[in-house]
Design a protein around this ligand. Structure first.
Ligand SMILES: *Cc1c(COP(=O)(O)O)cnc(C)c1O
Length: 374
């Protein structure tokens, strides 16, 4: 449930009445504020995270014949973005504790065709960036972060807490879909330390156009633009960016509210026999975009979800596995995805949103306990 009110409605209205509704000054300001918030030299706003992932992979030169290692256990857009480039997603299993890529398995999956690792911070839990960046460096390949769910998450690197999005890998990609902790309806953001990549993103998101329309409109001289490459229309609108700027102001408070909710769930659910709670490594601070619990094997996932729904408690199934869906199903698997499949089949996502009260949490926990204890 997104945190949105009249504040966002009013700035969207202002953007409409400003006369500039497509990508313009609000987008530029949103980018600057996002970059400052995460500590990245460059940020580029786009239409959603799927298009951000596509631009990221193109910028680092992913092309047909290349392999990109990623998690099957992710929203299907992670794998699809690799396919958009004509490259092959090579699926690697997750660490069952964190639901994130297991660096040892990534290491085993690297071949002479591997050009990149696309690592997901699943459900907002930071993945093991130090291990993955070291691995990428050792093999001369790039690391791209699918940080769709991870706005506001942090990772401790050498004793300091960094925001996810501060460049650790080459590029990080964020989503502002309403399922994430902050939203612009639809929206995405890329961050990077590379001026060259940032330039590529800005060209590619608007048709490869050499002179942005904002510059053309502001110029006293007549300017003709050129089209330097086959680009895309991946732009964010100024209405969305205006909303995004307000959401960014709220982000610290949203996280301050979500973290105690997760801690309280851990208290309430901690003594249920066979229920496995989320694991937050010492070096990670999740934004708790989702609260994922793993049911005991003997319990039927769908039956539990249905029974909770009958009581007015909406849950979601564990994260999907792309390799089980039609576009990927027929590809031979190179590596075991047992942990990914087990997570999809036995995990459920409990409701967690900033507006939740303690009574709500207790009610959910009691209902889950009753289901498991039969
Ligand atoms: C939501 C999500 C995406 C896609 O984000 P959109 O903004 O909806 O395109 C990609 N990857 C992961 C891991 C996600 O959770």
């Amino acid at each position: 449930m997104p945190v949105l009110d009249a504040t966002e409605a009013n700035v969207a209205r202002d953007a409409v009445l400003s006369g500039w509704v497509s990508q313009g000054p609000q987008v530029l300001a949103f980018e600057q504020e996002f970059a400052a918030l995460v500590g990245a030299p460059y940020a580029c706003a786009v239409s959603n995270c799927t298009t951000a992932l596509h631009l990221a992979l193109l910028a680092v030169g992913i092309q047909p014949g290349d392999e990109v290692i990623t998690a099957s256990h992710s929203f299907i857009a992670s794998a699809n973005s690799i396919r958009y480039c004509g490259a092959t997603p090579v699926f690697v299993d997750i660490d069952p504790a964190t639901y994130n890529l297991d660096p040892d398995r990534v290491a085993e999956a690297i071949t002479e065709r591997t050009r990149a690792i696309l690592a997901v911070h699943q459900m907002g839990m930071p993945c093991d960036l130090p291990a993955l960046t070291a691995l990428a460096k050792r093999h001369g390949i790039v690391l791209i972060e699918d940080a769709a769910c991870a706005a506001g998450s942090q990772i401790n690197i050498n004793g300091t807490w960094d925001a996810i999005g501060k460049p650790h890998g080459e590029i990080a990609c964020f989503s502002f879909h309403p399922r994430k902790v902050i939203t612009t309806g639809e929206g995405g953001m890329l961050t990077t330390a590379s001026a060259d990549f940032a330039q590529k993103f800005k060209l590619s998101r608007q048709h490869g156009m050499s002179v942005p329309d904002t510059v053309r409109h502001g110029s006293p001289q007549v300017i003709f633009e050129d089209y330097l490459s086959v680009g895309f229309n991946y732009r964010m609108t100024d209405m969305q960016a205006a909303i995004g700027r307000k959401q960014l102001e709220r982000l610290p408070d949203i996280i301050l509210r979500r973290r105690p909710l997760a801690a309280r769930y851990a208290d309430l659910l901690g003594n249920i026999e066979g229920l496995i709670l989320p694991f937050e490594p010492k070096w990670a601070r999740s934004n708790w975009q989702s609260y994922c619990v793993r049911l005991p094997d003997r319990v039927d996932q769908k039956a539990v979800m249905q029974s909770l729904l009958d009581q007015g408690i909406a849950t979601r199934r564990g994260i999907m596995c792309a390799h089980r869906e039609a576009p990927y199903r027929d590809e031979p698997l190179r590596h075991s995805l047992k942990e990914s499949e087990h997570a999809q089949d036995h995990a459920i996502l409990l409701p967690i949103y900033a507006q939740m009260t303690d009574d709500d949490l207790v009610r959910v926990a009691d209902a889950v306990r009753a289901e498991i204890n039969g």
